[in-house]
Design a protein around this ligand. Sequence first.
Ligand SMILES: [Zn+2]
Length: 843
Amino acid sequence: MKKLFLLAITPFLFFSAICQALKSPEEFLGYKIGTHYTPHWKIVSYFQYVANTLPATVKLLQYGETNEGRPLLATFIGTADHIQNLESIRMNNIRLASLAKDKMAAVEDGTPAIVWLSYNVHGNETSSSEAAMLTLYDVADSRNTKTQEWLKNTLVVIDPCINPDGRDRYVNWFNSIVGKQYNPRIDAREHREPWPGGRTNHYNFDLNRDWSWQTQVESQQRMKLYNQWLPQVHVDFHEQGINNPYYFAPAAQPYHEAITQWQRDFQVTIGKNNAKYFDANNWLFFTKEVFDLFYPSYGDSYPIFNGGIGMTYEQGGGPAGGLGVYKEEGDTLALTDRVMHHYTTSLSTIEISSLNAARLVKEFHKFFNDAVSNGSGEYKSYVIKNLPQDGERINSMLDLLDKNGIQYSAVSGNGKGYNYNNGKEESFTASTGDVLISAVQPKAVMVKVLFEPKTKLVDSSTYDITAWSLPYVYGLNAYASKDKINPAGAYTRATDPVTTASDVYGYVIRWQGVQTARAVGELLQQGIILRIADKPFEVSGQQFDRGAVIVLKNSNNVFAGSLWNIVTKICNNNHVKLNAVTTGFVDKGYDFGSDNIRVLKAPRVALLTGEGTSSNGAGEVWHFFEKQLNYPLTLINANDAGRADWKNIDVLIMPDGSYRFLNDKSASDDLKQWVMTGGRIIALENAVSQLTRLDWINLKQKKEDDTTDKKDKDIYSALKKFDTRERDNISNTTPGSIFKVDLDNTHPLAFGYPSYYYTLKMDNNIYEFMKDGGWNVGVIKKDNAIAGFVGDKLKTKLKDGLLFGIQYTGRGSVTFLTDNLLFRNFWENGKLMFCNAVFLTGR
Ligand SMILES: [Zn+2]
């Protein structure tokens, strides 16, 4: 009897000593999860608490920090054995992907599958970080026999919040305005989040568009870790509109053709497992709709192109959800429900992955074996030419390849391939500095996805842009070859130019890219007087193109002996070459003392932002000035435009937006007056069409060209079939495609460019050529579509019109940039034109 009693109690004692210490999120925080919003620091506290309580099986890693200083975390949960051997598990996984530099063979047997769960990338889709705490608790708690069984063959990684700054922007706002009880009426203010909303990061960037490009600090730090691990399964947790229930895999069409059958099939397997739990709870969900797998910079497509199963899960909710809200059908959607759904799919995904762990590892291995033996796609090699003015853009492209683990090499000799500039098969000769990117390498699928000239689109109704081929993004000359071209050794980047200050007449800087603009901006801020040549010139045996910036000792006497020290320091820091000149006597072109050599002044730049502007658009400009140009920028709320101190602004940037102040006669007269006296407006995207409403703006929107349609106009074309309505609607749109723009590169707006530019066209706006008082700097002639989906009707409209131009009014100007030159900060070749607009277009 006594013995039996002991037997019965021993497991309990053992159990309580080891485990009872682990508190649930509710016990730790003092409230039921979903009844309050948890600020980020408390989520961090809970994760730290669990890791400290269970050091043998939970390892917390801070992999970075946000713009606003919040920690970014990855939590590894596994068996004690796995956690102890984390580094060898990681190395083995990288060997499975043929990406390890060592020569040790990879092991499939007994290798755990890695399931990586990323929560709250969109900061105002808040239920998922709450669910992350519940998931952590269940997976880590050693009393939970079910999850402990899964961990035997599965390593779980939880990133509780990808976008802490955005989350806290939403949560702090919500907590500050909600009453003692939440109000479920949709018209209550707690369901109307103010500008810019918590979706994006500090600079209003959407982190779920940034996986490949990694322009944001959160992505840069996270993707470094992600690429060191490459999980077999990745889930990105989101929220959608409150009236939608829940979406999970399998994804909608279009699927990128590079996605393998196994990846398609396993999405279905996972989806069915999720459905099992949803059915059991009588919850609604949908699959195979809306969320496609095409654009490569999402948290689902990127993992797929990197050998895993990547998925997006979408719960109804988002910023309109609050703590609870009435849905259209009358039910209340509570945060507690939203949390339960994400928590359920989290566990279900780990479960089904564990049930298929060996297969997941095997297929992951096969994905990379195929990549290194056969490559991906019809093109086997991509050769990028390195022309003298391309150095900076080549380097930023190589940075992008490095970030994504894509290998490249030097190349020499002759080859033939598809010329990206003219679309023809041609022979070419590779020379020193050119880059070879082989499509037969571990990251072959990424190479195909990022480089192939035209991406095959099986279904044209997509969620995002349809073209992003890197040679167009970077404005580089390139060939795609079906031949396997052999590398000519490792690639060595050109060494950075370093100038030692010497006592010369002056220095000339070639106008070539963002680095040049940054150096010039920094020189101007120092008060150094710069000059610019609008025509090419030749001096001291050196040739310079339009836009060359000249620094002379003359006019900068105030700096006395320190001038060249300041100039060389700034240029060296920015990797910008200084070309010494010993005379003002120019052999060809204008002498430096000529009236035709303009003086450049430091413009005082303001950006309209806030309510009424596009938060992404305004954020792109803000981010560009702070992170890339390092140039001061005053942010003015568009609603305060009437109160701006115009006389202390030289350049006003109007991002995409809808500007109410333009409707006010006196405000728009003030704006005109300011331009007349020398002010310069730079209007971006839809701000251009807003300005065309003003009578003093010369630019006019192009009307649909109906002369060609008329004669064969089909009266029955009005009879559309209901069933194909979605498809009919897209014939007048482009979700984002590439057009070739003819540039007048003799105008300062196009300095530093060849006679063309590849633009990302995302709307149907095109403008008539300006006849008087303006310059048509960038135009589309005929049908210049290069890549991506363009609706049939739009194709006929998007020709023979203006996309980039400038109007001079009084002593000032209005620059029209109708396409986004700074798109998501990755459309590298647009940045220089934006810099031209800021620095070079004054008079
Ligand atoms: Zn989202």
